[in-house]
Design a protein around this ligand. Structure first.
Ligand SMILES: Nc1ncnc2c1ncn2[C@@H]1O[C@H](COP(=O)(O)OP(=O)(O)O)[C@@H](O)[C@H]1O
Ligand SMILES: [Mg+2]
Length: 268
């Protein structure tokens, strides 16, 4: 029987602190609440912290997988939100691109039914992010509404497009005073991309600047848990609906190959 292919989305950014982890975790919770089956891969090999926002406690993480102590399956945990998590590496230094590739490739061994795999990465296009950016069929670029972030985002998209032939890039504007202005800011950035890079990108949505996000994080919870009727929750619900409406990935034999193998091998 044919099974729907899960949507795999890599959350990326050109500048640090853009809000990748905040978006990856809250979008995942919002999708899970819509009845979707969601897994987060904490692929930030520099500073993994998705487990904090998901309130997930796991004795094992990708470090145990990379050292051979655990299989990938053994380190999957289900957070109180229902979102499953593969916790990021801690306790290992000197990670290389080879480690990132082995994480990507191990996903075809997982026996998990998911509708969405959300991949939280480190900043930029680097040897440690490229395997995840390349293996994910879609990428959300998180950008802040300031000139530095916008310039770094356009530079990053340029590298993705011209050096690595990556398409399906969606812009997600974070921390806007007024998220309703997101489309207008996107139009400007998209125009700049078309001029500088020769390729246009897509718009996926905007998230406002919300103090409730940080206060929730301080209690080890997501803003959707502590302020379910807030403006932040509204923004994430709109983002989850836009994400759900993305073009489907097509169909596969039912085997859970999270990442597309030929893309992975092309990037070697
Ligand atoms: N829309 C927002 N409103 C308020 N705080 C935010 C928002 N987005 C991110 N933050 C805060 O900014 C900081 C950096 O966000 P984070 O998701 O960790 O960035 P990244 O993963 O891109 O490095 C965190 O403390 C986070 O809670
Ligand atoms: Mg992060």
């Amino acid at each position: 029987m044919l099974a729907a292919y899960p949507q795999i989305i890599c959350i990326a950014s050109g500048n640090g602190g853009a809000g990748k982890t905040m978006v990856a975790t809250n979008l995942s919770i919002a999708l899970q609440r819509m009845g979707k089956r969601v897994m987060v891969l904490d692929a930030d090999l520099n500073m993994p912290n998705a487990h904090i926002a998901l309130g997930a406690h796991s004795a094992n993480n990708l470090g145990h997988f990379l050292s051979g102590e655990k299989t990938l399956q053994e380190i999957v945990v289900t957070s109180p939100t229902g979102v499953r998590l593969v916790s990021g590496v801690s306790g290992l230094t000197n990670l290389t691109q080879r480690h990132a590739f082995s994480i990507v490739q191990s996903f075809c061994t997982l026996n998990e039914e998911v509708d969405f795999l959300i991949v939280d990465t480190a900043t930029g296009v680097t040897p440690l992010t490229l395997p995840f950016l390349t293996a994910s069929p879609k990428r959300f670029m998180v950008v802040r509404d300031n000139p530095t972030s916008i310039a770094q985002t356009i530079a990053c998209i340029n590298t993705m497009v011209h050096d690595h032939e990556l398409g399906d890039i969606y812009l997600l504007i974070n921390g806007m005073a007024n998220p309703q202005d997101g489309q207008r800011l996107f139009d400007r950035i998209n125009h700049a991309c078309a001029l500088a890079i020769g390729q246009s990108i897509h718009y996926i949505g905007a998230i406002g600047q919300h103090d409730s996000i940080l206060s929730a994080l301080k209690t080890g919870q997501s803003v959707l848990d502590v302020a379910g009727a807030s403006d932040a929750a509204y923004d994430f619900s709109a983002l989850a609906q836009a994400t759900e409406q993305l073009p489907p990935m097509g169909y596969t034999s039912g085997r859970l190959e999270f990442f597309i193998e030929q893309r992975v091998s092309r990037a070697h």
